[in-house]
Design a protein around this ligand. Structure first.
Ligand code: PMT
Length: 414
């Protein structure tokens, strides 16, 4: 049995110290789930509850989920608010009620949570949750504006069915959105100002109304590239074939089906991108003819005539501006390095990411990958990593390629 490396991920939260403020809202039960998730990801979570919060979820619940005693008393220990806030990487307040938002906007320190926020230099993330009319009230909107002026990040509530039975804005934001906000605040924004274009997933080449040619790409590699680029501050456009993945928060997703549609979308978005990464598994061929009727079984085997799809990467290599970083992938089952080098030259790419599609934990439809990064003057074999860690390593390399182009073309800001 082949043992895969014990992959511990996501690594981004491991060891991070999070002060988690919980206020008196029915959404406090969701906060319990978030505390559990953060703790599982290796973060050190200290929960501070308002007195009203304890009416919804007991401190014991948060203590059990976080592994440290949930606190609320102002005078729980000598200068507790100072000690707590000093060693914090980030403060998350979820759910944040209108009452606590107002207290923070006024700079009050009338409980442990407010005092800790006032005494901490750490970034503050506010997740409001309340009835729509309370949220829309000018006082609440003014207080949220004040908190934004303090530099706090307010994660907009979702619209939908509220605990009071009404429909409207005021539902606590989704965890995936909040998690990405936390990770962005904990991650160096080295891709800020970069417009990146990523392709992901398979294409589907229709044969008749019921059938199509496709491949095993799940989109995980491309979506990990989009998620990590956004986390590092990039403006991200993701051109995606048909996949079963949720789009990463804050990313523009352009959905396509066929290779021709992907080629069209790439030609539209590539010119403004400073970095293009082509992780999609684009079909090289499509059926020469589409049958408007479902092809029926007959006594003779049907012949399938194919015609080539445009080679999008090669076309980009021909038409792109020299200052743009162009990164292609290579899905290989043998001669990995040779094929990677060949494609680097043939497509005029700046880097080819070679992955073995026969590996048990690499390539199609798995959460890990083991790739080789090939550029004109380097070959780097990465370890077996999560696709998010692989993506981060690809972005690191892309930034150094961008830097060399800046120096080569004397361009200050690409
Ligand atoms: O999506 P996952 O399940 O996570 O799987 C990830 C992946 C295996 C799909 C990904 O890591 C990968 O290898 N993507 C490239 C797959 C592919 O089409 O490889 P290729 O060697 O056939 O193509 C080489 C390059 O040309 C790729 O950048 C591809 O996007 C591009 N291409 C290919 C054909 C075509 N007609 N136009 C293209 O632009």
């Amino acid at each position: 049995m082949q043992w895969t490396a014990a992959i511990q991920w996501p690594i981004e939260m491991r060891g991070k110290k999070i002060l988690f403020g919980v206020c008196g809202s029915i959404a406090a039960f969701k906060a319990a789930g978030w505390v559990h998730t953060l703790t599982k990801e290796g973060a050190q979570v200290q929960v501070l509850m308002t007195s009203a919060a304890a009416r919804f979820v007991t401190p014991l619940t948060f203590t059990a989920l976080s592994g440290s005693p949930a606190q609320s008393e102002m005078f729980a220990g000598d200068m507790a608010h100072i000690a707590l806030s000093a060693a914090t990487d980030i403060i998350l307040i979820a759910p944040a009620t209108a009452q606590t938002i107002a207290r923070l906007a006024q700079g009050l320190a009338d409980d442990l949570l407010a005092a800790a926020v006032l005494s901490s230099p750490a970034p503050v993330v506010i997740c409001p949750a309340m009835n729509s009319r309370m949220l829309d009230h000018p006082a609440t909107q003014r207080n949220l504006r004040i908190l934004r002026e303090f530099g706090y990040t307010v994660v907009e509530p979702e619209c939908g069915r509220l605990a009071c039975g009404e429909e409207g804005a005021g539902r606590l934001a989704e965890w995936d959105t909040v998690r990405e906000v936390l990770l962005s605040l904990l991650t160096t924004q080295d891709l800020a100002k970069q417009q990146v274009l990523i392709t992901a997933g398979p294409t589907r080449e229709p044969l008749d109304p019921a059938r199509f040619l496709s491949n095993r790409s799940s989109g995980k590699m491309g979506y990990a590239l989009a998620r990590t680029a956004k986390r590092r501050g990039a403006t991200v456009t993701l051109i995606s074939g048909p996949v079963a993945l949720e789009p990463p928060p804050g990313v523009q997703v352009v959905r396509v089906e066929t290779g021709l549609e992907m080629a069209e979308a790439v030609s539209q978005y590539a010119p403004t991108a400073s970095i293009v990464v082509k992780a999609a598994a684009v079909a090289d061929f499509r059926p020469a003819a589409f049958s408007v009727e479902k092809i029926k079984k007959t006594t003779t085997e049907p012949l399938l005539e194919l015609t080539p799809n445009p080679d999008i990467l090669a076309e980009l290599g021909r038409t792109r501006r020299a200052s743009q970083v162009l990164i292609g992938f290579a899905a290989e089952s043998s001669k990995h390095e040779a094929e990677g080098k060949r494609k680097l030259l043939a497509k005029n790419a700046d880097m080819i990411v070679v992955n073995d599609i026969l590996g048990q934990d690499t390539g199609f439809d798995v959460d890990t990958n083991q790739v080789t990064l090939i550029t004109q003057d380097s070959i780097e074999q990465l370890d077996l990593l999560s696709k998010e860690e692989t993506a981060d390593r690809i972005w690191n390399k892309a930034l150094s390629l961008l830097d060399s182009k800046r120096r080569q073309y004397g361009i200050e800001q690409i």
